[in-house]
Design a protein around this ligand. Structure first.
Ligand SMILES: [Zn+2]
Length: 276
């Protein structure tokens, strides 16, 4: 994951829009990333549909999911999902909660989601279930209390994806690109498993196949290849957010303008003309 905060925030918005564009997120759902320099904080967009999220919508929260600085923004009610997973899993640096229709039949039926094709190996060796009703009885089904988020994090355990009964799923990653990879192919796996069920038989990966394949798929090359493909989709759809300004370019320009003395004025004029 990039060290530069501007790069991380840009990547968070790109990931959010990729997951919306690839039919994982719809009007609801959210993606977050742990602060690259402070493990006790994370970034998440304000309350709005993921495809509309801008870098300026990002808020910084502590692991109790409270804003680090006062904000006028309305926040996602289910943000505790993110904070409680970051508390429980130090190696997790990115989280998404979604209600993708591809996985909902498993959340509804309780049928186990298993890796059924090679890229599906990235869902991990097990996708556990969490049923809010077990601990909390009848609720509005939103994960809004810290204890509800902590319960979900316990159900996730050491795994990377947890199905939430009658609600959706939450997926974790060591970084945003891995998260996007696991989430998109996790949904593809669910669709294919449903289709195989309709054909009458599911031939899932063996434990050994899952382990070996997952290790290969989570290497830098496959993740970069898929990321570039999804970014191209965003570009075609006109959804790619603007890149953060490169800091290194700005500094030498100022220094050279000072040294150049009188030459700085014509340069300013020419920039002004370009703007018009
Ligand atoms: Zn939800």
């Amino acid at each position: 994951m990039p060290e530069d905060i501007a790069e991380v925030l840009h990547q968070l918005i790109v990931t959010t829009r990729i997951l919306a564009n690839e039919e994982v997120l719809d009007a609801f759902g959210h993606v977050s990333v742990r602060h690259p320099h402070d493990p006790n904080r994370y970034f998440i967009p304000r309350h709005r549909a993921p495809e509309l999220a801008e870098i300026s919508d990002l808020v910084e929260l502590d692991l109790d999911s409270e804003p680090v600085r006062p904000t006028q923004y309305r926040l996602y009610s289910e943000r505790v999902i993110h904070g409680e997973i970051y508390k429980a899993r130090p190696e997790v640096n990115a989280v998404v909660h979604h209600h993708a229709h591809a996985v909902l039949p498993y959340a509804i039926s309780g049928r186990e989601l298993v890796p059924v094709f090679h890229l599906g190996a990235v869902i991990g060796s097990k996708v556990p279930f969490w049923d809010q009703r077990d601990e909390f009885g009848d609720t509005n089904m939103l994960v809004v209390k810290p204890e509800e988020g902590a319960s979900l994090a316990r159900a996730l355990g050491p795994h990377w994806m947890v199905l939430m009964r009658r609600h959706g799923a939450t997926v974790a990653g060591t970084d945003l690109r891995q998260l996007a990879f696991r989430t998109v192919f996790g949904c593809h796996n669910a669709k294919l498993q449903s289709q195989a069920i309709a054909h009458g038989h599911v031939d899932q990966l063996s434990t050994g196949e899952q382990e070996i394949t997952e290790a290969g798929q989570l290497g830098a090359m496959p993740i970069e290849r898929a990321w570039d493909y999804w970014v191209r989709h965003l570009e075609k759809a006109g959804l790619m957010p603007e890149k953060p300004a490169a800091k290194r370019k700005a500094a030498p320009a100022k220094a050279s303008a000072k040294k150049a003395g009188g030459k700085a004025k014509p340069a300013k004029k020419s920039r002004g003309k370009k703007r018009r």
